[in-house]
Design a protein around this ligand. Sequence first.
Ligand code: URA
Length: 245
Amino acid sequence: MRCMRLDKLVAGTGISRQDAKKLIAGGRVTVDGKVQKDPGFSVTEANEVSVGGESITHKAHIHIMIHKPGGVLTATEDARGQKTVADFLPFAFFKRKIGPVGRLDKDVTGLVLMTTDGQLAHRLISPKWEVTKRYRAVVEGKLDEECVLAFKTGIEFKDFTAKPAGLEILSANEDESVCLVYVTEGKFHQVKRMLQAVGHPVKHLHREKIAMIELDESLAEGEWRELTDSEIHDLYVLTEMNEDG
Ligand code: URA
Protein backbone atom coordinates (compact mmCIF):
# COMPACT_ATOMS: atom_id res chain seq x y z
CA MET A 1 0.00 0.00 0.00
CA ARG A 2 1.50 3.37 -1.00
CA CYS A 3 1.73 6.05 1.69
CA MET A 4 1.49 9.77 1.05
CA ARG A 5 1.57 12.93 3.14
CA LEU A 6 -1.86 14.41 3.71
CA ASP A 7 -0.87 17.86 2.38
CA LYS A 8 0.39 16.28 -0.84
CA LEU A 9 -2.85 14.37 -1.35
CA VAL A 10 -4.95 17.50 -0.74
CA ALA A 11 -2.70 19.51 -3.05
CA GLY A 12 -3.37 16.79 -5.62
CA THR A 13 -6.86 18.21 -6.08
CA GLY A 14 -5.32 21.12 -7.97
CA ILE A 15 -4.38 23.62 -5.25
CA SER A 16 -0.93 24.67 -4.04
CA ARG A 17 0.81 22.76 -1.25
CA GLN A 18 0.70 25.99 0.78
CA ASP A 19 -3.11 26.27 0.45
CA ALA A 20 -3.45 22.59 1.28
CA LYS A 21 -1.50 23.17 4.50
CA LYS A 22 -3.79 26.11 5.37
CA LEU A 23 -6.93 23.99 4.83
CA ILE A 24 -5.49 21.25 7.02
CA ALA A 25 -4.42 23.67 9.78
CA GLY A 26 -7.88 25.25 9.63
CA GLY A 27 -9.52 21.90 10.44
CA ARG A 28 -11.18 21.61 7.01
CA VAL A 29 -9.71 18.21 6.23
CA THR A 30 -10.90 14.90 7.64
CA VAL A 31 -9.39 11.46 7.38
CA ASP A 32 -11.92 8.69 7.85
CA GLY A 33 -14.33 11.20 9.34
CA LYS A 34 -11.93 12.71 11.91
CA VAL A 35 -10.38 16.19 11.61
CA GLN A 36 -6.65 15.82 10.93
CA LYS A 37 -4.49 18.91 11.46
CA ASP A 38 -1.09 17.36 10.84
CA PRO A 39 -0.05 18.10 7.21
CA GLY A 40 2.53 15.32 7.38
CA PHE A 41 -0.04 12.72 8.47
CA SER A 42 0.46 9.59 6.42
CA VAL A 43 -2.50 8.34 4.40
CA THR A 44 -2.93 5.34 2.13
CA GLU A 45 -5.47 4.48 -0.55
CA ALA A 46 -7.54 2.81 2.18
CA ASN A 47 -8.25 6.17 3.86
CA GLU A 48 -11.26 8.32 3.04
CA VAL A 49 -10.12 11.94 2.84
CA SER A 50 -12.55 14.89 2.65
CA VAL A 51 -11.98 18.61 2.22
CA GLY A 52 -14.76 20.88 3.47
CA GLY A 53 -17.02 17.86 3.76
CA GLU A 54 -16.47 16.77 0.15
CA SER A 55 -14.69 13.52 -0.48
CA ILE A 56 -11.69 14.10 -2.71
CA THR A 57 -11.74 10.49 -3.77
CA HIS A 58 -15.34 10.39 -4.97
CA LYS A 59 -15.92 12.95 -7.70
CA ALA A 60 -18.20 11.69 -10.49
CA HIS A 61 -15.18 11.59 -12.79
CA ILE A 62 -11.61 12.81 -12.64
CA HIS A 63 -10.01 14.37 -15.73
CA ILE A 64 -6.44 15.63 -15.66
CA MET A 65 -3.62 16.71 -17.94
CA ILE A 66 -0.03 15.77 -17.22
CA HIS A 67 3.16 17.03 -18.84
CA LYS A 68 4.83 13.72 -19.62
CA PRO A 69 8.61 13.76 -19.38
CA GLY A 70 10.81 11.69 -21.70
CA GLY A 71 11.84 8.25 -20.43
CA VAL A 72 8.46 7.61 -18.80
CA LEU A 73 5.76 5.16 -19.97
CA THR A 74 2.19 6.28 -20.66
CA ALA A 75 0.73 3.60 -18.43
CA THR A 76 -0.61 3.24 -14.92
CA GLU A 77 1.76 0.40 -14.03
CA ASP A 78 4.59 -1.56 -15.56
CA ALA A 79 5.40 -5.18 -14.77
CA ARG A 80 9.13 -4.49 -15.26
CA GLY A 81 9.07 -1.60 -12.80
CA GLN A 82 9.76 1.15 -15.34
CA LYS A 83 8.69 4.68 -14.44
CA THR A 84 5.15 5.54 -15.56
CA VAL A 85 3.03 8.70 -15.55
CA ALA A 86 1.23 7.18 -12.54
CA ASP A 87 4.34 7.84 -10.45
CA PHE A 88 3.55 11.56 -10.64
CA LEU A 89 -0.09 11.28 -9.50
CA PRO A 90 -1.83 10.78 -6.14
CA PHE A 91 -2.76 7.16 -5.59
CA ALA A 92 -6.38 8.17 -4.83
CA PHE A 93 -6.80 8.51 -8.60
CA PHE A 94 -5.90 4.88 -9.19
CA LYS A 95 -8.44 3.69 -6.69
CA ARG A 96 -10.84 5.39 -9.15
CA LYS A 97 -9.25 3.62 -12.13
CA ILE A 98 -7.97 6.65 -14.00
CA GLY A 99 -6.35 5.82 -17.34
CA PRO A 100 -4.56 7.61 -20.17
CA VAL A 101 -6.32 8.85 -23.31
CA GLY A 102 -4.05 7.19 -25.85
CA ARG A 103 -0.32 6.78 -25.44
CA LEU A 104 2.88 8.61 -26.18
CA ASP A 105 6.08 6.68 -26.89
CA LYS A 106 8.49 6.48 -23.98
CA ASP A 107 10.82 9.12 -25.43
CA VAL A 108 8.03 11.51 -26.48
CA THR A 109 7.18 14.42 -24.19
CA GLY A 110 4.10 16.57 -23.71
CA LEU A 111 0.38 16.45 -23.17
CA VAL A 112 -1.28 13.31 -21.84
CA LEU A 113 -4.92 13.48 -20.82
CA MET A 114 -6.10 11.02 -18.19
CA THR A 115 -9.68 10.31 -17.20
CA THR A 116 -11.81 7.90 -15.20
CA ASP A 117 -14.46 8.10 -17.95
CA GLY A 118 -13.66 5.18 -20.22
CA GLN A 119 -16.22 6.13 -22.86
CA LEU A 120 -14.84 9.65 -23.12
CA ALA A 121 -11.32 8.23 -23.49
CA HIS A 122 -12.53 5.82 -26.15
CA ARG A 123 -14.17 8.56 -28.24
CA LEU A 124 -11.16 10.86 -27.97
CA ILE A 125 -8.87 8.20 -29.45
CA SER A 126 -11.28 6.53 -31.87
CA PRO A 127 -10.43 7.38 -35.53
CA LYS A 128 -14.18 7.72 -36.06
CA TRP A 129 -14.26 10.91 -33.98
CA GLU A 130 -11.29 12.41 -35.84
CA VAL A 131 -9.97 14.35 -32.86
CA THR A 132 -6.96 16.42 -33.93
CA LYS A 133 -3.69 16.08 -32.05
CA ARG A 134 -0.93 18.67 -32.54
CA TYR A 135 2.73 17.71 -32.22
CA ARG A 136 5.89 19.81 -32.38
CA ALA A 137 8.74 17.89 -33.99
CA VAL A 138 12.42 18.56 -34.44
CA VAL A 139 13.61 16.56 -37.43
CA GLU A 140 16.79 15.89 -39.36
CA GLY A 141 17.29 17.78 -42.63
CA LYS A 142 15.42 20.50 -44.45
CA LEU A 143 11.62 20.14 -44.66
CA ASP A 144 10.03 21.56 -47.78
CA GLU A 145 6.68 22.01 -49.55
CA GLU A 146 6.88 18.49 -51.02
CA CYS A 147 6.69 17.11 -47.50
CA VAL A 148 3.68 19.33 -46.77
CA LEU A 149 1.98 17.98 -49.91
CA ALA A 150 2.77 14.35 -49.00
CA PHE A 151 1.17 14.84 -45.59
CA LYS A 152 -1.86 16.50 -47.17
CA THR A 153 -2.29 13.64 -49.65
CA GLY A 154 -1.95 10.82 -47.10
CA ILE A 155 1.21 8.75 -46.80
CA GLU A 156 1.05 5.06 -47.73
CA PHE A 157 2.72 2.46 -45.53
CA LYS A 158 2.82 -1.33 -45.91
CA ASP A 159 0.30 -1.79 -43.10
CA PHE A 160 -1.92 1.30 -43.50
CA THR A 161 -2.44 4.56 -45.37
CA ALA A 162 -2.29 7.57 -43.12
CA LYS A 163 -5.25 9.92 -43.39
CA PRO A 164 -4.44 13.38 -44.76
CA ALA A 165 -2.55 15.32 -42.09
CA GLY A 166 -1.26 18.84 -41.58
CA LEU A 167 2.42 19.81 -41.65
CA GLU A 168 3.43 23.36 -40.83
CA ILE A 169 7.10 24.21 -41.21
CA LEU A 170 8.31 26.57 -38.49
CA SER A 171 11.99 26.60 -39.46
CA ALA A 172 13.98 24.71 -42.06
CA ASN A 173 17.76 24.41 -42.25
CA GLU A 174 20.05 21.89 -43.96
CA ASP A 175 20.79 20.04 -40.73
CA GLU A 176 17.55 20.46 -38.78
CA SER A 177 13.92 21.64 -39.12
CA VAL A 178 11.13 22.33 -36.68
CA CYS A 179 7.48 21.72 -37.58
CA LEU A 180 3.96 21.25 -36.28
CA VAL A 181 2.10 18.09 -37.25
CA TYR A 182 -1.69 17.72 -37.07
CA VAL A 183 -3.09 14.18 -37.10
CA THR A 184 -6.53 12.75 -36.42
CA GLU A 185 -5.49 9.15 -35.81
CA GLY A 186 -3.00 7.52 -33.50
CA LYS A 187 -1.33 4.51 -35.09
CA PHE A 188 1.81 3.15 -33.43
CA HIS A 189 4.73 5.59 -33.96
CA GLN A 190 2.55 7.39 -36.49
CA VAL A 191 4.12 10.85 -36.51
CA LYS A 192 7.65 9.47 -36.40
CA ARG A 193 6.85 7.10 -39.27
CA MET A 194 5.26 9.85 -41.38
CA LEU A 195 8.22 12.17 -40.98
CA GLN A 196 10.66 9.31 -41.60
CA ALA A 197 8.68 8.42 -44.76
CA VAL A 198 9.29 11.90 -46.23
CA GLY A 199 12.99 11.58 -45.41
CA HIS A 200 13.20 13.41 -42.08
CA PRO A 201 13.81 11.21 -39.04
CA VAL A 202 12.51 12.68 -35.80
CA LYS A 203 15.02 13.89 -33.23
CA HIS A 204 12.43 15.00 -30.72
CA LEU A 205 8.65 14.83 -30.57
CA HIS A 206 6.37 16.73 -28.19
CA ARG A 207 2.55 16.70 -28.06
CA GLU A 208 1.10 20.17 -27.49
CA LYS A 209 -2.61 19.76 -27.98
CA ILE A 210 -5.49 17.24 -28.10
CA ALA A 211 -8.71 18.64 -29.59
CA MET A 212 -9.08 22.09 -27.93
CA ILE A 213 -7.04 21.15 -24.86
CA GLU A 214 -3.55 22.68 -24.88
CA LEU A 215 -0.77 21.62 -22.56
CA ASP A 216 -0.70 24.22 -19.78
CA GLU A 217 2.57 26.11 -20.19
CA SER A 218 2.87 26.51 -16.43
CA LEU A 219 3.24 22.74 -15.99
CA ALA A 220 6.85 21.59 -15.82
CA GLU A 221 7.65 18.03 -16.90
CA GLY A 222 6.04 15.60 -14.45
CA GLU A 223 3.51 18.17 -13.22
CA TRP A 224 -0.24 17.83 -13.71
CA ARG A 225 -3.50 19.59 -13.01
CA GLU A 226 -7.19 18.79 -13.14
CA LEU A 227 -8.96 20.00 -16.27
CA THR A 228 -11.07 23.11 -15.72
CA ASP A 229 -14.87 22.87 -15.86
CA SER A 230 -14.85 24.59 -19.23
CA GLU A 231 -12.20 22.22 -20.67
CA ILE A 232 -14.23 19.23 -19.45
CA HIS A 233 -17.42 20.70 -20.90
CA ASP A 234 -15.72 21.23 -24.28
CA LEU A 235 -14.54 17.61 -24.42
CA TYR A 236 -18.01 16.27 -23.64
CA VAL A 237 -19.61 18.53 -26.26
CA LEU A 238 -17.00 17.46 -28.84
CA THR A 239 -17.64 13.77 -28.21
CA GLU A 240 -21.42 14.27 -28.02
CA MET A 241 -21.59 12.84 -24.54
CA ASN A 242 -23.58 13.83 -21.49
CA GLU A 243 -21.28 15.26 -18.81
CA ASP A 244 -23.58 14.07 -16.05
CA GLY A 245 -23.31 10.46 -17.14
N1 URA B 1 3.43 9.63 -32.96
C1 URA B 1 4.55 8.98 -32.61
O1 URA B 1 5.35 8.63 -33.44
N2 URA B 1 4.78 8.76 -31.31
C2 URA B 1 3.94 9.17 -30.33
O2 URA B 1 4.20 8.95 -29.15
C3 URA B 1 2.77 9.85 -30.72
C4 URA B 1 2.54 10.07 -32.05
